[in-house]
Ligand binder design. Structure first.
Ligand code: DAH
Length: 344
């Protein structure tokens, strides 16, 4: 019987050593230790033993059981460890793999310039105003001292939608809308960026749709020197602290006096180059003191209040600032062009 037990132990341990799944281990546990298992079977024969033999064989049987159980435990632990290792290996992440960077858009150069101009004027206490692109003839022309049949209307060839409605030709109607909204209160200090439309043939320097920024200040005692100081401050923040400005007499129906404003050439600093056509100066905006009739029509007493206004073309400023030679680039949505502004 002892030999039987030892043979059984040997067979069980050999089989257990081969087992490579939890399932196989379970099967072996049943096969040897189960109710109908081999060990149980042998032990059943114990009854036939003599009284002297029984404790001896009993001890051997216990040792065999313990040996098999130890082996089962050991194998279970080993298989669990292998399973964990296998899973970890399968889930390994290569942390040295370079990340996939998402495609990030760039701010359009016109938006960039608008933001920059806005920031400069916000720094001087202005707020941002807006108005509709589809505008009444009254706001676009009439209230800006451009009555019907006024020859100056020809300066701004318009897209009329109806007799009374047109695509605004400039951002100046926002001046009038702002003054109406303020109902005679001061100070008025706004800038207004926006899109404007003119019946122009498109070429390198003309576009039938373009962008302007309008400025308006109304208060008591506003003088031309305030306009000049403001524009000099703006030009130096926009183009560099050594920038100079000059004002040339001009005409706009909505300002009196009116001035065209030039900045010293951003390319050559005023020495003269191809960009400034060897004059040293670049024209960047129109401006003037708000015409008394415009103030009056919008509900401000010109005897008490005065103001200045200006209007600039955003495309022109962007072209000068970034050295862009064709206005059409702004509207073509060519990624090769737009991507260049991703890092500026
Ligand atoms: N609205 C004018 C234009 O589009 C630009 C302009 C000139 C605006 C003088 C002004 C101004 O506010 O005072 O040509």
């Amino acid at each position: 019987m002892k030999e039987k037990l030892l043979a059984l132990q040997e067979a069980a341990l050999a089989e257990l050593a081969q087992a490579d799944t939890q399932q196989a281990l379970n099967d072996l546990r049943v096969k040897y230790m189960g109710k109908k298992g081999a060990l149980t079977e042998v032990l059943r024969g114990m009854g036939a033993l003599s009284a002297e033999e029984r404790p001896v064989i009993g001890q051997v049987a216990n040792e065999v059981r313990a040996a098999i159980e130890r082996m089962l435990e050991q194998k279970t632990a080993e298989l669990e460890r292998l399973e964990t290792e296998r899973r970890l290996a399968a889930e390994t992440i290569d942390v040295t793999l370079p990340g996939r960077s998402p495609a990030i858009g760039a701010v359009h150069p016109l938006s960039k310039v608008i933001r920059e101009v806005e920031d400069i004027f916000i720094g001087m206490g202005y707020t941002i105003a807006e108005g509709p692109e589809l505008e009444h003839d009254y706001y676009n022309f009439e209230a800006l001292n451009l009555p019907k049949n006024h020859p100056a209307r020809d300066m701004q060839d318009s897209f009329y939608i109806t007799e009374e409605l047109l695509m605004r030709t400039h951002t100046s109607p926002v001046q009038v809308r702002t003054m109406e909204r303020m109902k005679g209160a001061v100070p008025v200090k706004i800038i207004c960026p926006g899109r404007v439309y003119r019946r122009d043939d498109d070429d390198a320097t003309h576009s039938h749709v373009f962008t302007q920024i309008e400025g308006l200040v109304i208060d008591e005692h506003i003088r031309m020197s305030d306009l000049k100081g403001t524009l000099l401050q703006f030009a130096q923040e926009m183009f560099g602290k050594d920038t100079k400005i000059r004002m040339r007499p001009s005409f706009f129906p909505f300002t009196e006096p009116s001035a065209e404003v030039d900045v010293s050439c951003v390319m050559c600093g005023g020495v003269g180059c191809r960009v400034c056509k060897h004059t040293g100066w670049l024209e960047i905006l129109g401006s003037g003191m708000v015409h008394p009739r415009v103030l009056e029509m919008a509900g401000y007493d010109p005897a008490k209040y005065s103001g200045f206004a200006f209007g600039m073309g955003v495309e022109r400023i962007a072209m000068l600032k970034y050295g862009i030679d064709d206005i059409r680039h702004f509207y073509m949505n060519d990624l090769r062009f737009l991507k260049q502004f991703a890092r500026i």
